[in-house]
Design a protein around this ligand. Structure first.
Ligand code: HEC
Length: 308
């Protein structure tokens, strides 16, 4: 009686896997060397022409790119760039002052509420005072009328314009984008915004910029509808006596904008560290357990012994 016997032995079942026979057909033997001389020449010419054409197209495409004049922002050594570094909260505080005194004349930050600043850049009492400086339309009251009241912690940052048409009308047709998520919304993040703010310069010879636009090599197209918003001593910092140089102001507002776009930044890095530390302990443990549990199965060998 022919029977299959599974036994634990040192043999392997590899012999069971016979290699399939190679299939030969007349097509399989077709190759370049088997072609006639004329066909060989024609094929080679076609190949050379195709490669040459592709090369020419590439060269032309690159030679007429207008974006050649565009500068790519360098990567700046932000103090929050490291995998374990937190945001510089004194800088966020100064950056908020820059936003409030300079940028907020044109740019909204409609996803930020005053309460978001509490414990980040200001104390609760400070934020309450800041919020009370603005007037908020609320209501209706008992008589159905809308009324204005001083702002409170739960109010969102006030907008400079009631709608985007009004914003365009006041800025030569250019729309100042909302800055809440701007560092995530632009390639290059805070490096780009910093370069943009500090990068205004005279256009190179032969380049004309239309009336009402400004030359900035970091802006795609180089002609931006925003005039240089900051310069040395554009404002005076309230608290810490930091000199308000142009690059300092740009750096502070960029740190503030990074926090606005990513308020979970510090928490995220702290969680990441905890996760890595936890995983460093757990991974070897789990690996050891896996080896232990599987050892019986893994050390077994199944072989086929044909009956004699
Ligand atoms: C006088 C009004 C005005 C002020 C003040 C102003 N901006 Fe602008 N900003 C604009 C306008 C208008 C645009 C749109 C430009 C365009 O699309 O050509 C713009 C665009 C931008 C952009 C987007 C650029 C892009 O890549 O699309 C950023 C970022 C920006 N501003 C940041 C700031 C910051 C930060 C401040 C404060 C330091 C500031 N702006 C102050 C008017 C202003």
């Amino acid at each position: 009686m022919a029977a299959l016997r599974a036994v634990v032995s040192t043999g392997t079942g590899r012999t069971l896997l016979a290699a399939p026979k190679a299939v030969h057909s007349s097509r399989a033997s077709m190759s370049f060397s088997s072609l006639s001389r004329g066909k060989k020449v024609a094929l080679s010419t076609l190949g050379v022409l195709a490669a040459g054409g592709a090369g020419l197209a590439l060269a032309l495409q690159q030679s007429v790119k207008a974006s050649d004049l565009e500068l790519h922002p360098p990567s700046y050594p932000w103090s929050h760039a490291g995998i374990l570094s937190s945001l510089d909260h004194a800088s966020i505080r100064r950056g908020y002052q820059v936003y409030k005194q300079v940028c907020s004349a044109c740019h909204s930050m409609e996803y930020l509420a005053f309460r978001n600043l509490v414990g980040v850049s200001h104390t609760e009492a400070e934020v309450k005072t800041l919020a009370e400086e603005i007037e908020v339309v609320d209501g209706p009251d008992d008589t159905g009328e809308m009324f204005t009241r001083p702002g409170k912690l739960s109010d969102y940052f006030p907008k400079p314009y009631p709608n985007s048409e009004a914003a365009r009308a006041a800025n030569n047709g250019a729309l100042p984008p909302d800055l809440s998520y701007i560092v995530n919304a632009r390639h290059g993040g805070e490096d780009y915004v910093f370069s943009l703010l500090t990068g205004y310069c005279d256009p190179p010879a032969g380049v004309q910029v239309r009336e009402g636009l400004y030359y900035n090599p970091y802006f795609p197209g180089q002609a931006i509808g925003m005039g240089p918003p900051i310069y040395n001593e554009v404002l005076e910092y309230d608290d810490d006596g930091t000199p308000a140089t142009m690059s300092q102001v740009a750096k502070d507002v960029c740190t503030f904008l990074r926090w606005a776009a990513e308020p979970e930044h510090d928490q995220r890095k702290r969680m990441g560290l905890k996760l890595i530390l936890g995983a460093a302990i757990l991974t070897p443990l789990v690996y050891y357990m896996k080896r232990h549990r599987w050892s019986v199965l893994k050390s077994r060998k199944i072989a086929y012994r044909p009956p004699k």
